[in-house]
Design a protein around this ligand. Structure first.
Ligand code: NAI
Ligand code: UGA
Length: 681
């Protein structure tokens, strides 16, 4: 099911190695169903529609100053983004895509990561990322298409955008506008030449990792700014006079001061502006979040130079973000806003999880409670999905950073309040595992458990701070015969390597332990005494799906044809919108014939070699992973149930399965937030 790009480790010194360990880059699961261009089109559709609408609003209200800024980009020619990770890579790609007149270069000290960004085997998986990268990184050809919307009554006789033109023309007998889109030269680059690229940049974005400090003062809470400090030094030495420095990384409040101090030490006679521009994208929806952000926050000093710098950065965003969504404020507010945004989201999850325990004990149903409270617009329905708690690289670290800040300021009550968000999260996982063990007669000895879902959320291969792993560690204490793990977005080898690293190689089946990782759900579940659902993947859901609350919903509706465009020079967002419509309608990865030839991998590329006939693919333009044309199939629970040991158990940590449907298959369900078998016994 997967093509495994085995990533050789970088050959850099020990300190850097340890920092790179913190910065994990899961591999791209080319074989994942989520790579289907049709699915990607459907998922991005809403974001694009919104972006196009936003442009409508903006066009109606935009000032001539905005228009001038967009056209000129306020003189910005080169942007350098330091850090080619989950934030740096996609952010730079979208910035370059939307600003063809600006060269954006992403630099990283990890040569392996940079090499991956230059090939079709990207180091991270995000729906829609590759299409954007293909245009910005590889350039594009001239293309043209009819400005007439596709007529669905004649779809059968059409196969592409251009054939739709001739069909319509011959039928209606008059000439419609053709839209011509000019070729683009590449303007997105990836490099390991950090200092050289910094020295050429008008704007330097800092998007390096800022994990929790693991030792010394503030260990376990404070932010480790080692990587940020190292980059700041590089910038201080090499940046050209007047360059604007931008914190994209999530940083403690008043970090801009630290950066200014470093700059002053190295360049005492020159002044630089430091902006705070935190990123709010979420894993799995990074591209739609970037294309259509709720807001772009820019913090600056209130001096004229600070405001000018903020305007310059705003002008880069204004190429695709409506001006009213770009909010400027003071630097400290901006830095703090990011921590608070994550803390508030995490707090909602802990709040609903705390209520889930009350539901289990009283007979109330958490999904019904969440639905009813979420209908109050003052509360809203997002981030109210109870489960085994939040994971991911940021919520925990950012809440802890806030706790540390409060403690440093002597605000103990505040620190205690936010600490409880983390405590509930840990407690919730433990509760789930306790319930699972209790359902299985308080013993796991000799039993096989199937774990469905390993990534910290659906639609991503990001496994940092995976709640599943924390639960697996707890389950191991009860000595099960086997824990069989499956995740539709993660590569089994990567999961094994990670478990070996974080828990110990001896726990893996290959080394005589009990954990095995499977590439399909049915083998993982065969003969299991219980199936534990740990990630809210759509594939795991029964039908009809339980009400979905909380996480950003993905539209299942077919994209609509955005034509006719009002102007004969559509924006990149509009062209992308059309491309998604055509891709989903005609299952063609390059319906506008815009893509340049995909970069070839080196001779003997391990990823290509792994099960694929590269020669066959060479002359075809494909989007990475687009060979899977079908959608994500929901699991056949009847098939799984048939092969489970009796009594058949599903322990649902993410509210994925319908209890009545499972009962009809002879399966007992126990889950989060409703009284299940656990209480009835
Ligand atoms: N992952 C996410 O979804 C989000 C992350 N953030 C924040 O963005 C920042 C970056 O996060 P990720 O992209 O997830 O991290 P990451 O770990 O995926 O990427 C960071 C990159 O920085 C590179 N790097 C570190 N030190 C360097 C140096 N001195 N010179 C050159 N390159 C260097 C690393 O090699 C790595 O490739 C963090 O502060 C995080 O809190 C913010 C919003 C979302
Ligand atoms: O700073 C960051 O790194 C990012 O952190 C989160 O994004 P992310 O962690 O990628 O994903 P989320 O969708 O927020 O989910 C986080 C965790 O919460 C869990 N969750 C989410 C929503 C919910 O209702 N219930 C719930 O348990 C998810 O399963 C997942 O484990 C924020 O949503 C982003 O805005 C932010 O930029």
């Amino acid at each position: 099911m997967y093509r495994q790009p085995s990533i050789p480790s970088s050959n850099i010194d020990a300190l850097e190695d340890s920092l790179l360990d913190i910065s994990t880059a899961p591999t791209t699961p080319d074989g994942s169903l989520t790579f289907s261009p049709v699915l990607q089109a459907l998922k991005l559709h809403d974001a694009l529609e919104e972006a196009a609408l936003g442009w409508g609003e903006q066009r109606a209200s935009s000032s001539s100053l905005d228009a001038t800024m967009r056209a000129s980009g306020s003189g910005v020619k080169n942007i350098c983004c330091v850090g080619a990770g989950y934030v740096g890579g996609p952010t730079a790609a979208v910035m370059a895509f939307q600003n063809p007149h600006i060269n954006v270069t992403v630099v990283d000290r990890d040569p392996v990561r940079i090499k991956q960004w230059k090939t079709k085997h990207l180091p991270i998986y995000e729906p829609g990322l590759y299409e954007i990268l293909r245009i910005a990184r590889d350039g594009s050809k001239d293309c043209s298409f009819s400005n007439e919307a596709t007529r669905f009554d004649s779809l059968d006789s059409m196969s592409s955008a251009s054939s739709s033109t001739s069909e319509c023309e011959s039928r209606c007998g008059y000439h419609r506008d053709e839209v011509a889109v000019k070729a683009r030269t590449p303007n997105l680059f990836f490099s390991t030449e950090v200092s050289k690229t910094i020295s050429e940049a008008d704007i330097v974005l800092i998007a390096v990792n800022t994990p929790t400090k693991m030792r010394g003062m503030g260990a376990g809470k404070a932010t480790d700014v080692t990587a940020l400090e190292a980059v700041t030094r590089e910038i201080a030495i090499h940046a050209k006079p007047g360059a604007i420095l931008v914190e994209k990384s999530t940083v403690p409040c008043r970090t801009a001061e630290l950066i200014q101090d470093t700059l002053k030490v190295h360049r005492p006679t020159q002044s630089f502006e430091v902006l705070s521009n935190p990123e709010f994208l979420a894993a799995g929806t990074a591209i739609s979040d970037l294309l259509s952000p709720d807001r772009v926050i820019i913090g600056s000093s209130s001096t004229p130079a600070g405001c000018r710098a903020a305007e310059t950065l705003a002008s880069v965003y204004a190429s695709w973000v409506p001006r009213h969504r770009i909010v400027t404020m003071n630097t400290w507010s901006s830095e703090l806003s990011k921590l608070v945004a994550n803390a508030m989201l995490a707090q909602r999850i802990s709040s609903i999880n705390s209520i889930s325990a009350i539901c289990e004990a009283t007979g109330a149903d958490i999904s019904e409670v969440a639905k009813s409270i979420g209908m109050d617009p003052r509360i809203g329905d997002k981030y109210l999905k109870a489960g085994i708690g939040f994971g991911g690289s940021c919520f925990r670290k950012d809440v802890l950073s806030l706790v540390y800040l409060a403690e440093s300021l002597g605000l103990d009550e505040v620190a205690e309040y936010w600490t409880s968000v983390i405590s509930i999260n840990v407690w919730q996982r433990e509760r789930f595992v306790r319930r699972a063990v209790r359902c299985l007669n308080n013993t796991l000895v000799g039993k096989k458990l199937a774990v469905l879902g390993y990534a910290f959320k659906k639609d991503t291969n990001d496994t940092r701070e995976s709640p599943a792993l924390e639960c697996i560690k707890l389950l191991l204490d009860d000595c099960p015969r086997e824990i069989a793990v499956f995740d539709p977005c993660c590569d089994p080898t990567t999961i094994k390597v990670e478990i070996g690293k974080l828990v110990g190689k001896e726990v893996l089946k290959d080394n005589g332990g009990s954990i095995d990782v499977y590439s399909d759900a049915y083998s993982a579940c065969a003969d299991a005494h219980a199936v534990l659902i740990m990630t809210e993947c759509d594939e795991f859901k029964t039908s009809p799906s339980p009400p979905s609350l909380g996480t950003k919903t993905t539209s299942k509706k077919r994209p609509i044809d955005p034509r006719p465009f009002q102007r004969l020079e559509p924006t990149e967002t509009e062209i992308l919108h059309l491309q998604h419509f055509l891709t989903s309608t005609f299952s063609d990865a390059d319906p506008l014939q815009r893509f340049e030839t995909e970069p070839k991998c080196e001779e003997g590329c391990e990823v290509c070699f792994d099960g694929e006939n590269e020669e066959e693919m060479e002359n075809t333009v494909v989007l990475s992973g687009s060979k899977e044309e079908h959608g994500k199939d929901n699991l056949d629970w009847a098939r799984i149930a048939y092969h489970l040991q009796k009594p058949k158990w599903v322990l649902d940590g993410r509210g994925c399965v319908d209890e009545i449907e499972m009962r009809s298959l002879g399966v007992r369900v126990d889950g989060i937030g409703r009284s299940g078998w656990g209480e009835r016994r």
